[in-house]
Design a protein around this ligand. Structure first.
Ligand code: PEP
Ligand code: MN
Length: 263
C-alpha cells in the first residue's frame, strides 16, 4: 500500500485543513517538551511568527533515563489545545503507548510515532485504526525498507494518512547525536507516494547544524521540516543543545521559505 507501484500519484495528507505533500513547504516547530503553560504559549507565538503551520511539543516523552523529565501528559495536551485556540497552529504530538491514543487523539491534530516506537507493531496497528493523520519517525537504526514496512502496518489497518519523518540514524559518528540521512528523501520519493519531512534537530543534536540541514532537506525535495525551538534553550528540560533560540529560528524560517520558492 505504501509503494509507488501501487499508488503512482503523490499522496497529499490533509491535517485539519493543512495539506502535506504536493508542493507547499510545511513546518512543524516547537519545544521538545511541553514544560509549562507559559513556556508553551511563548513558544507558540514564536512558532507562529516564523511562519510554521504546526506546533510540536511532547506531552509524553520517551526519555533514555526513567529519572529524566517524562512530560506533563494530559495537562500538556490541554496546553497544546489551548495554544491551537490562541494561534490557529495545528498540533502534532507524540503518543507512546496504545492506552494513550484516545486521549492524545482528543487534543491533537496529528499523532506522532517516535523513533523508539517505529517497530512497536501493536501501537502502529492501533494508530492505523484511528482517524487521525500519523507522523511516523524513522527508527534509530531502521533501514528504509523497515521504515516503509512500519508505515504499511498503519495503512493496512485503514489509515492512509501517513507522513514519514527522517530524523537521523545511529552510526559510528559521535560528534552529532545521529547521522541525518538526507538521501532517504529522494529514495522515499522514488519508492513511495507518502509525503516525507525532515527533522534536522534530532538528526544532528546540535543547533548550529539545524539551519544548514534544514536547507539541504528542502533542496533534496522534502515536503516539510520538524524543528525544535525554545524561548530559552539553556533552560530547556530536554534537548536544549539542539533547540533554536527565537532569533535563529526566524533566520532559519526566512531561509527555508525563500529556498522553497525556487524548488
Ligand atoms: C521528538 O520529536 O520529540 C522525539 C522524541 O524525536 P525522536 O522520536 O525522533 O527521537
Ligand atoms: Mn526532542
Amino acid at each position: 500500500l505504501v509503494s509507488r507501484e501501487f499508488h503512482p500519484m503523490d499522496s497529499i495528507v490533509d491535517v485539519a485543513g493543512v495539506k502535506i505533500g504536493g508542493g507547499n513547504l510545511i513546518v512543524m516547530a516547537g519545544p521538545c517538551a511541553v514544560e509549562s503553560r507559559e513556556q508553551l504559549f511563548e513558544a507558540a507565538d514564536i512558532v507562529k511568527a516564523g511562519g510554521a503551520q504546526f506546533l510540536r511539543g511532547g506531552a509524553y516523552k520517551p526519555r533514555t533515563s526513567p529519572y529524566a523529565f517524562q512530560g506533563l501528559e494530559t495537562e500538556g495536551l490541554k496546553y497544546l489545545a489551548e495554544a491551537r485556540e490562541r494561534t490557529g497552529l495545528k498540533i502534532v504530538t507524540e503518543v507512546t503507548e496504545v492506552q494513550a491514543i484516545e486521549t492524545v487523539a482528543k487534543y491533537a491534530d496529528m499523532l506522532q510515532i517516535g523513533a523508539r516506537n517505529m517497530q512497536n507493531f501493536g501501537l502502529l496497528r492501533e494508530v492505523g485504526r484511528s482517524n487521525k493523520p500519523v507522523l511516523l519517525k524513522r527508527g534509530l537504526a531502521a533501514t528504509i525498507n523497515e521504515w516503509l514496512h512500519a508505515a504499511e502496518y498503519i495503512l493496512s489497518e485503514g489509515n492512509q494518512n501517513v507522513v514519514l519523518c527522517e530524523r537521523g540514524i545511529r552510526t559510528y559518528e559521535e560528534y552529532t547525536r545521529n547521522t541525518l540521512d538526507l538521501s532517504a528523501v529522494g529514495i522515499i520519493n522514488h519508492l513511495s507516494h507518502l509525503p516525507i519531512i525532515v527533522d534536522p534537530s534530532h538528526g544532528t543534536g546540535k543547533w548550529r547544524q539545524v539551519k544548514p540541514m534544514a536547507m539541504a532537506a528542502v533542496a533534496a525535495g522534502a515536503d516539510g521540516l520538524m524543528i525544535e525551538v525554545h524561548p530559552n534553550p539553556e533552560k530547556a528540560l530536554s534537548d536544549g543543545t539542539q533547540s533554536l533560540c527565537p532569533e535563529n529560528y526566524y533566520k532559519t524560517m526566512n531561509s527555508v521559505f525563500k529556498l522553497a520558492e525556487f524548488i
